[in-house]
Design a protein around this ligand. Structure first.
Ligand code: NAP
Length: 243
């Protein structure tokens, strides 16, 4: 048995990752912030597919809640093999209109939340001298869009966090990689206007937005022992958008 924690697993990319990991035989911890109904749906699907897991509602931008979550998971299963640091938010606005609350929320969740989860889980993985951490980044961590100074900066931080942590943890048997999606059909991009969506579609060589399953397929592959020599990489999955 292998145990995976997926943060932000009630919806979108995290949901797809949790379901695919369940199909791949992981016992899946479905972390989420507030949407009990959606989180329950994910656990039901995992169970219907013959898998198992648990729900864990926690704000991963809060270190105490993260510590409690990781402790509970470890006490329950005695091991944690995979962390998918996925919960994230976007709050686009031009810098001159910057709202400090949004700035803090984005860094607290997209950056500090990843540190909190990785630290607590790495302590457990290091004892076993094995484990995998996958951070959900974005093409915005490398490429730029007006209005995304904050979001881009958080994802740039995730990229460099991934590389540095991979170097730090390699000798302890822990692999750390990041996935950098382009536009993926989730609630997050539902806020885009139809005109904006049409504009972006024009510049995606594969002429479609990605799906949660596109990302989940990569996450499952990256987590597997077949990929045991890959660490510290930021793997872009964007239909060619960033070419
Ligand atoms: P989404 O559909 O908006 O889902 C967000 C998930 O995060 C939900 O499960 C939500 O839980 C959870 N969440 C929000 N705040 C949380 C908190 N403080 N603590 C714990 N969980 C929290 O997002 P998504 O589009 O799947 O994005 C997932 C990740 O992929 C993010 O890191 C995002 O930056 C990245 N990404 C997305 C795209 C895209 O096009 N969608 C592109 C590049 C990168 P509730 O349901 O309880 O609210």
């Amino acid at each position: 048995m292998k145990v995976a924690i997926v943060t932000g697993a009630s919806r979108g990319i995290g949901r797809a990752c949790a379901i695919k990991l369940g199909q791949a035989g992981y016992t899946v911890v479905i972390n989420y912030a507030s949407n009990d109904a959606k989180a329950n749906e994910v656990l039901d699907i995992i169970k219907q597919n013959g898998g198992d897991g648990m729900l864990y509602k926690a704000n991963v931008a809060n270190y105490d809640e993260v510590k409690e979550m990781v402790k509970t998971v470890f006490d329950t299963y005695k091991q944690i093999d995979l962390l998918v640091n996925n919960a994230g938010i976007v709050r686009d606005e031009p810098l001159i209109g910057l709202n400090k609350e949004n700035l803090d929320m984005c860094f607290d969740l997209n950056v500090k939340g990843y540190f909190y989860c990785a630290k607590e889980v790495a302590l457990k993985m290091a004892r076993k001298r094995s484990g995998v951490i996958i951070n959900m980044s974005s093409v915005s961590g490398t490429f730029s869009l007006p209005g995304q100074t904050v979001y881009s900066a958080t994802k740039g931080a995730v990229n460099q966090f991934t590389r540095t942590l991979a170097k730090e943890m390699g000798s302890r048997g822990i692999r750390v990689n990041a996935v950098a999606p382009g536009f993926i059909e989730t609630d997050m991009i539902d806020t885009l206007s139809d005109e904006k969506k049409a504009e972006y579609l024009k510049v995606i060589p594969l002429k479609r937005f990605g799906t949660g399953d596109d990302i989940a397929n990569l996450v499952v592959a990256l987590a597997s022992d077949q990929m045991s020599y890959i660490t510290g990489q930021i793997i872009t999955l964007d239909g060619g958008l960033s070419l």
